[in-house]
Design a protein around this ligand. Sequence first.
Ligand code: NAI
Ligand code: MG
Length: 501
Amino acid sequence: MATPMKARDTFPKLKMYIDGEFVDSASGDWFESFDPYTAKPWCLIARGNAEDADRAVKAADRAFTSGPWPALNASQRGALLRRLGDLVAENAERLGELEVKDNGKLLSEMAAQLRYAPSFYHYFAGLADKIEGAVIPNDKAAFTYTLHEPLGVCAAIIPWNSPLLLTAWKLAPALAAGNTVVVKPSEYTSASTLEFVKLIEQAGFPKGVVNVVTGFGPEAGQPLIEHPLVRKVAFTGSDRTGAHIYSEAARDIKRVSLELGGKSPNIVFADANMDNAVKGAVSGIFAATGQTCVAGSRLLVQRSVHDEFVERLVDFARTARMGNPMELDTQVGPVTNLPQYKKVLGYIDVAKGEGAQTVLGGGKAQRPECGDGWFVEPTIFTGVRNDMRIAQEEVFGPVLSVIPFTDDDEAVAIGNDVVFGLAAGVWTENIRRAFTMARRLQAGTVWVNTYRALSYTTPFGGYKRSGLGRELGQEAIREYLQTKSVWISTAEEVANPFVVG
Ligand code: NAI
Ligand code: MG
């Protein structure tokens, strides 16, 4: 899919951001970023490698250890973050449009995300000067207290589905805690991050506190996670890359937090409000074209209402308007990149091969309003058994597997019978069942009578193979801090120096 050199010359060229400057890559190479709606490239991104990663990490390390950043007090850090949040709010629409151009998600969704993003900066801005240590009662002749200190340089490795929101989830607590950061956006969606980083400068952060290295995972990401000066890696993406990062981090005993997607059960009981449950099932899997870590990709439906529920679901999902993600009434946009498009279509074939029945969609979308874009028809399979690959593996696309169950015990057994545990949904009007299911499901988030709800105040992360650590809420800032215990002796004299006691 090589683009003629002449056309390429007209594309905007987006540079990396290191030590307060927009710079070319060390190699001088560029790579194309695509618009998924047209399946055509539209801009060039600097192709980073180990040399660029090293420059960025060293700049971040200098900013952490010297200059104005470590001299700021926590309230001053909070003030900078608050200003950054205000600037994101002022630029929300523009940044949202840029994200749509690069990742093909709906403008209605990305604009809403960008309007919400300032709240994450504001929340952690407020938390910056509320990180309190403790005075610890001590059985020795000593006054003991704790300090919660930043870790150093953090690498934030970001996927393509919600680039600026997921950057905010890492950047805001990392900076509130006093760290410095190197961001590595996805090779499929780097443009919005390079625009956003201008706001960091405008907000008044000292140079080197936030850097952006662009490029491919193995070329620009790998040297970051290997770099000895990086003290923490915060990652959102595939479980495979997450596992790789975890093992690489082990060599230098780096901290990691990992958010790795899932195969979340969305469970509909016969006593549910059916209108709401149908909407919840649709938003669980077709919103964002199914490209969310929390996608409710396994729909568990109680047998007594199974056929009726599936009929209503199919009738509703069938009406979804596909097309240009920039148009506000579009409901399902394209898949973000070509490998993902092929992966989703591949899983549709897998499901058919496993004997699942296609009751909606089941292939690429060949509608005039979809043009040449990477569109997949909203797809629903029934007759899925939980041991099929389509029920066990993350598809990350608009593909729903419907699995029947008989009673609560069976719903829990099927719901938990996957390697993942990011989220789960429960639809019931029975309060006792709501509490019991919330306790029994192995997931970092359980939603009752809603789906995909998130807030900056509420911890988010995975059980089991879905990840490690928590983002958002007060817990998140702990991921970017380490505890120091300080002992001040109150003894008149040092006792026997040969005996520890
Ligand atoms: P990926 O996990 O490989 O990529 C995520 C980020 O990691 C990108 O910035 C990438 O450049 C970086 N990366 C890759 N290899 C690296 C390495 N060796 N060292 C450092 N950084 C590295 O995911 P990809 O290929 O974009 O998508 C594959 C699958 O991942 C999807 O089909 C989906 O199932 C899942 N995914 C999950 C997401 C989530 O929100 N949990 C988000 C996006 C994808
Ligand atoms: Mg793109």
